[in-house]
Write a protein that binds this ligand. Sequence first.
Ligand code: AMP
Ligand code: MN
Ligand code: MN
Ligand code: MN
Length: 284
Amino acid sequence: MKVDLHCHSLASDGALTPQQVLERAHANEVSMLALTDHDTIAGIAEATATAVSLGVNFVPGIELSSQWSGVGIHVVGLAIESQNPLLTSALCEQSHKRETRAQEIGRRLAKLGFDGCYEGAKQIAGDSEIGRPHFARYMVEQGFVEDHSTAFNKYLGAGKVGDVKNQWPGLEEVVRWIHVAGGYAVLAHPDKYKLTRMKLRRLLTDFKEVGGDAIEVVSGQQNKDITEYFARLCEEFDFYASCGSDFHNPNTRWCDLGKVAPLPKICRPVWQLWGSAGALKAGL
Ligand code: AMP
Ligand code: MN
Ligand code: MN
Ligand code: MN
């Protein structure tokens, strides 16, 4: 059974419409899929409708931006009731913060001599929730940098000038939104934060304390040793385990929908938490 509980559509920084995401997941024989766009549920209705017509077990999800100890941390919410009023008003606030942040990123880049980045990124984002990848695309288009990863390595990535994160809420708050919406909170891609082992343990301790339910033991094409390491931590801290490709774009072939290694045997899969009720929430 192929399970993929983390991916993006055009509603945030993905390249495909929610319908195309579901069609691709179906073609790749994914049997359970969660769409987890950054700070938005705008793609969930279309994804649900497509999942129903294709017979894919669809789990409504989200990836919330938060901060902890000065680090930008992503928390995935799974099996959420996407129309929950507290969640929708919180997302309205997140969207507002994204807009204010985008203006600040634009100002900072302008100071370095890169003009028009805010306007350019806005145009590329269109109706999507704006994020740093839209800035990266504009900077490539303008020839300010040679490619997307250079844009992040030099200007937009962690610790760089365009990494504006102090507006995001803390872990406790985003976990609460997810729980109020009937969902389960998953610490996304724990290897991506590049924390020391000590600091990672502190993060897991704090995530547990605020009621976090699971961690992404498998994220994309990560090394097997890393998976084993997170599986052991998952057991030690008594979390459920999740897995997802973090798919954004069909051009990145190493990261496709459903291309996710199986969870190690010692893990308790996060979908045990919702069982068939999660599918019911999606209207299946
Ligand atoms: P934002 O949601 O605006 O904070 O932007 C975060 C998104 O930028 C992530 O979800 C990735 O899609 C992308 N991203 C972050 N770091 C990198 C990187 N080093 N290279 C390419 N894309 C990245
Ligand atoms: Mn992204
Ligand atoms: Mn993320
Ligand atoms: Mn993601």
